[in-house]
Design a protein around this ligand. Sequence first.
Ligand code: ADP
Ligand code: ADP
Length: 230
Amino acid sequence: ERILTARELYRFYRADEEETLALRGVSLQVQRGETLAVVGPSGSGKSTLLACLAGLDEPSGGEVRVGGLRISHRPETERARLRARHIGVLLQTRNLLPHVSIRDNIRLAQRATAGRPAVSAQELLGQVELAERTHALPRQLSGGELARAGLAVALANSPDILLADEPTGELDGETEQVVLTLLRNRAAQGCAVLIVTHSAEAVRVADRVIGLEDGRTVGAAVVPERQEAP
Ligand code: ADP
Ligand code: ADP
């Protein structure tokens, strides 16, 4: 079942006389339970693609669908509502508010949807092994803890789709494995996971990899052997 579909995405930027076509007809899809890795050099359009898929940015052309619903070409408030309901987004900034505890960061994310959260903040913190750090502020966390806290916020509303920009960037090998295992467990539970990454380890746990170059996809590959994380 295709849960995330992008069809012929274009993104045109104009800034100070400078015109950039950051996406030039990108199409992709991610199925339930699948992990897709997007790789490519700096400036190839990865962040722009992720923002368009998440409904944080509007493509200049093409369409993004989440489940059966179009999320692109809608007012910001509607995109935000669809995003809160279906998509967990983990940005490089880790999307944490600095002055509230990690538990309250999760609770605030949960307020964005009208219904009762399917999973409590405390339960989520347990899943990312931060049960002992409930009341900590983001600045009190180590890099690895921050990555997991950001993931807990992304998962706050039990999303069908998880979009992550460099989820293991700047983590040591051991912490990277912990985060990758968490992402894989999500996929195993039926989530569609898309990660933008430079990490060979992260690419190895993906079911499929697509390359981006100059705003275009440059090939899809099935990763033959999935390496089991320890
Ligand atoms: P990444 O770490 O993904 O390579 P970038 O350094 O490309 O991130 O971009 C960081 C932020 O700056 C993004 O929000 C992107 O949209 C914005 N950005 C990148 N290039 C430009 C530009 N030429 N003009 C304005 N904003 C830009
Ligand atoms: P990546 O994440 O792969 O580094 P980006 O999506 O950040 O790539 O950028 C793709 C291209 O679009 C780059 O040429 C970048 O400079 C340009 N770009 C990104 N964001 C903006 C922006 N807000 N305004 C103008 N140009 C941008």
